[in-house]
Design a protein. Structure first.
Length: 532
């Protein structure tokens, strides 16, 4: 047990053992994408663009209106009850069609009502005729299955637990863990933990080296040039309030960063640094997730006055600055996780100009949640590791297409799905050669698999046995949290990569329901130390 200067207690317990569908009619037109699937990889429900002119009747109307701003959602993607009771009433409201007994604005914060009306999310006048809406409604009800199938699991599950030793981290006497940030800095050898309004920096000995009280929950942090930058989300719950902020928390050169404060961001969730315009000075990209409207923007030299907006679509989840096409200029690859779900490349045209291309597109029920770039086949081209499982939407049911996916790059930035591991509510995955045998293993977490309880299958270690064949390993010790955040790094300095899991319960009610499963301790963070 350690005590920091503020008197907060840090407890580490060692457990022995090894180890939505937002339909929005807008001016955005459907574009093609390179989301080809490898045959036989999985039992997959896919969505494709079908020329409306080749169809007649109810399906033609459905495709006419439902693929104007995202991939067409096939009826088979959801069960009949979910379509009828949850999704279609909201879709109708967005088309100006009122469903008796359904009011999408019933529980909306009064402060946001004016914004929703300004965006015309739920128009007062119908955008289509009631006859057209009835045809669309009938199409989905008639074609949707009574229940969704179970996922087809092609990855073998081992009874042997993964090679990790588990330690719980509890800071202070906080009853409800609400970890929104978990970031390991390998240079400073510090683990940053953001729990609601508190931000901590833990050293390798597990002691709190620094702590701060913030005005907004932190969601991302990076140390650059002796300055610690923090991104605060503002409202964690879905909101269009622009209360997010990017700011330098501490710096050895405060005079150089006093202008690097960016306010009024729409629920920002992640940022990245890079020299985007080739002037030799580091620039900034911020993902403003928003709710009905967001903002993906880059800031010349990280200054608020030099903002360049790339899109105001909602759902910017993560951006990576990297030269994707090999022309020597850094591009921006971004995951859009709301409305039009897709992985987008903003190709650098020089002089601060970018050209947008869709790399991979998804139906709006997939709930894409995370991605990173890795080279899985060693050909020198960046492949995509992606998760989908966001289930905080109008269709909170178990979906067989939730999980972890690998898309291989053909060398020309055309990506094809090569591996799929089904995992209900999957929120994040990382690719690391944990056992140092020359190939990339995977770890994944599921935050959205059950909104009120926790499960031992909310963490998985996928051991790569060669040629992208994996074996799944689970561990019961991970059933003590709802893992929203994850990071990896060599925490103890033994040369092997460890895993950190951050738990988030939205309120005491969620945690109380989890107590009924027999779990009595809920740490903020779980440390998984690799055991070679």
């Amino acid at each position: 047990m350690a005590l920091n200067k503020a008197g907060r207690r840090l407890r580490i317990f060692t457990l022995r053992g090894l180890a939505g569908i937002p339909f929005v009619i807008s001016a955005y037109l459907f574009t093609t994408c390179n989301d080809t699937m490898q045959e036989g990889t999985q039992q997959e429900i896919t969505a494709t663009a079908v020329p409306v002119g080749n169809l007649t009747g109810n399906e033609a109307l459905a495709r006419k209106y439902c693929q104007t701003c995202h991939l067409f959602p096939e009826p088979a993607l959801l069960d009949r009850h979910t379509w009828e009771a949850k999704v279609l009433p909201n879709m109708g409201a967005r088309l100006g069609i009122h469903t008796p007994g359904y009011d999408p604005l019933k529980s909306v914060d009064p402060d946001e009502l004016s914004f929703l009306r300004q965006l015309n999310v739920y128009p007062d006048k119908p955008l289509i005729t009631r006859e057209e809406w009835h045809s669309i409604f009938e199409y989905y009800i008639q074609e949707a299955p009574r229940q969704l199938p179970l996922p087809l699991r092609t990855t073998a599950a081992s009874k042997v637990p993964p090679p990790f030793q588990v330690s719980q981290v509890k800071i202070g006497d906080k009853e409800v863990p609400q970890v929104t940030l978990l970031e390991y800095d390998p240079t400073l050898k510090l683990l940053y933990i953001g729990d609601h309004l508190d931000l901590y920096a833990l050293n390798r000995q597990g002691a709190i080296q620094s702590s701060w009280r913030l005005q907004t929950p932190a969601v991302d942090v990076k140390e650059v040039n002796r300055t610690l930058f923090v991104l605060g989300i503002g409202s964690f719950s879905p909101s269009d309030k622009q209360e997010g902020v990017f700011f330098p928390l501490k710096s050895d050169v405060p005079s150089q960063v006093r202008h690097m404060v960016i306010e009024h961001l729409p629920r920002p969730v992640q940022f990245d640094f890079g020299d985007l315009n080739g002037d030799g000075v580091t620039d900034l990209v911020v993902c403003g997730f928003g709710n009905h409207q967001g903002k993906l923007a880059w800031y010349d030299q990280g200054l608020a006055a030099r903002e360049h907006v790339l899109t105001t679509l909602p759902g910017a989840r993560k951006a990576i600055i990297q030269d994707i096409n090999g022309d020597g200029k850094p591009d921006i690859m971004t995951l859009m996780a709301q409305a039009w779900e897709k992985l987008t490349i903003y190709l650098n045209q020089g002089e601060g100009k970018f050209k947008e291309e869709t790399a991979i597109g998804f139906p709006p029920v997939y709930g894409v949640s995370y991605f990173e770039l890795d080279d899985f086949n060693g050909d020198g081209h960046p492949d995509v590791l992606l998760t989908n499982g966001d289930n905080w939407d109008y269709s909170p049911v178990d979906k067989p297409y939730h999980g972890i996916r690998i898309f291989l790059n053909d060398g020309s930035n055309h990506f094809s799905e090569t591996y799929f591991f089904p995992m209900y509510g999957c929120s994040e995955a990382r690719a690391v050669d944990f056992d140092r045998d020359g190939d990339l293993d995977l770890v994944g977490i599921a935050f959205y698999n059950n909104l009120s309880t926790v499960t031992a299958q909310s963490f998985v270690y996928l051991e790569n046995t060669g040629d992208l064949h994996f074996v799944a390993h689970y561990m019961p010790e991970t059933a003590c949290g709802r893992w929203l955040t994850m990071d990896v790094g060599d925490y103890n300095g033994d040369g092997y990569t460890d895993v950190f899991l951050g738990s988030y319960f939205h309120n005491l009610t969620e945690l109380t329901k989890s107590l009924q499963t027999g779990i009595s301790e809920f740490p903020q963070v779980l440390m998984l130390t690799f055991q070679p």
